[in-house]
Ligand binder design. Structure first.
Ligand code: COA
Length: 260
């Protein structure tokens, strides 16, 4: 099987590289499946504390879903494509128990912009370009773009981007809070590692997971985010890491978190 998704684990951070540079890392069904498998393994591998997702080469993060796979689809096929992608990758990332960061190193269009938005954190290099060009193909986003873009940049700007298909550059994405940081291209992975290392070194892993769940609950109409926070706050008191964190503070030493 062709290695369309590369993995490199170093110091607790799994760097996942979508590896089809000649197609600008467009998300084919095969890439979606390999990403899905990679995420499943990363979720249970205790050596993995955080994940970076990036694209191979210096031109694209991901230039969208693979358009060549669209033509054969009818209505049911379109629904199936979007549903499978959401379940296997996009929702899985959003609800991932460990922090996932998108290191956006070029075009992040359509499914690429959606992939970045599904991640918990986003860093971009100056050549990054974000956009949702689906309308130009007679389509709309199918991997959560209409929902997450509105959450991140607000309804008005989201509708403008979705209807015009305009691309925005890294600085505009920063101004709109679509990305957390913009750094020079050669600093993209170092900055990504630095940010995730800060989380790994400071934060109790269970608290990290609970925070991701609670913030997600805010955007989930089926959940009461405040109730979720109450319950999660309480559950922290039943953990070893809470005792350890408080003991370490009182003893003026660094905590040794165990993840339970
Ligand atoms: N799906 C399939 N193939 C894609 C692709 C996609 N989403 N995006 C790029 N590619 C392919 C191109 O077809 C081309 O293949 P070829 O060399 O066999 O012709 C190769 O990647 C390089 O892209 P190219 O268009 O030649 O590069 P460019 O620098 O001229 O333009 C883009 C870059 C990103 C502006 C342009 O590729 C583009 O508009 N891509 C589609 C973006 C899109 O609509 N995404 C949403 C899909 S729902």
């Amino acid at each position: 099987m062709e290695n369309l998704v590369l993995q490199h684990l170093e110091n607790g951070i799994l760097c996942v590289t979508i590896n089809q540079e000649k197609k600008l890392n467009a998300l084919s069904a095969a890439i979606i499946q390999q990403l899905s498998n990679t995420l499943d393994q990363a979720a249970t591998n205790t050596k993995v504390k955080a994940v970076i997702i990036t694209g191979a080469g210096n031109k694209a993060f991901v230039a969208g879903a693979d358009i060549t796979e669209f033509l054969a689809l009818n209505k049911a096929g379109g629904i199936q494509l979007a549903k499978e992608g959401q379940e296997k990758v996009f929702s899985k990332i959003e609800n991932f128990p460990k922090p996932v960061l998108a290191a956006v190193n070029g075009f992040a269009l359509g499914g690429g912009c959606e992939l970045a938005m599904a991640c918990h954190l986003r860093i971009a290099s100056p050549n990054a370009l974000f956009g949702q060009p689906e309308v130009k193909l007679g389509l709309i986003p199918g991997y959560g773009g209409t929902q997450r873009l509105a959450q991140l940049v607000g309804k008005g700007k989201a509708i403008e981007m979705l209807l015009t298909a305009d691309m925005i550059n890294a600085q505009q994405a920063l101004d709109l809070r679509l990305v957390n940081h913009v750094v020079e291209a050669d600093q993209l992975l170092p900055k990504a590692n630095e940010l995730l290392q800060k989380i790994i070194q400071r934060a109790a892993p269970l608290a990290v997971t609970r925070i991701i769940e609670c913030v997600n609950a805010y955007y989930d109409k089926k959940q009461d985010g405040y109730a979720k926070e109450l319950e999660s706050f309480g559950s922290c008191f039943a953990t070893h890491d809470f005792r350890e964190g408080v003991a370490a503070f009182l003893e003026k030493r660094n905590p040794e978190f165990k993840g339970y």
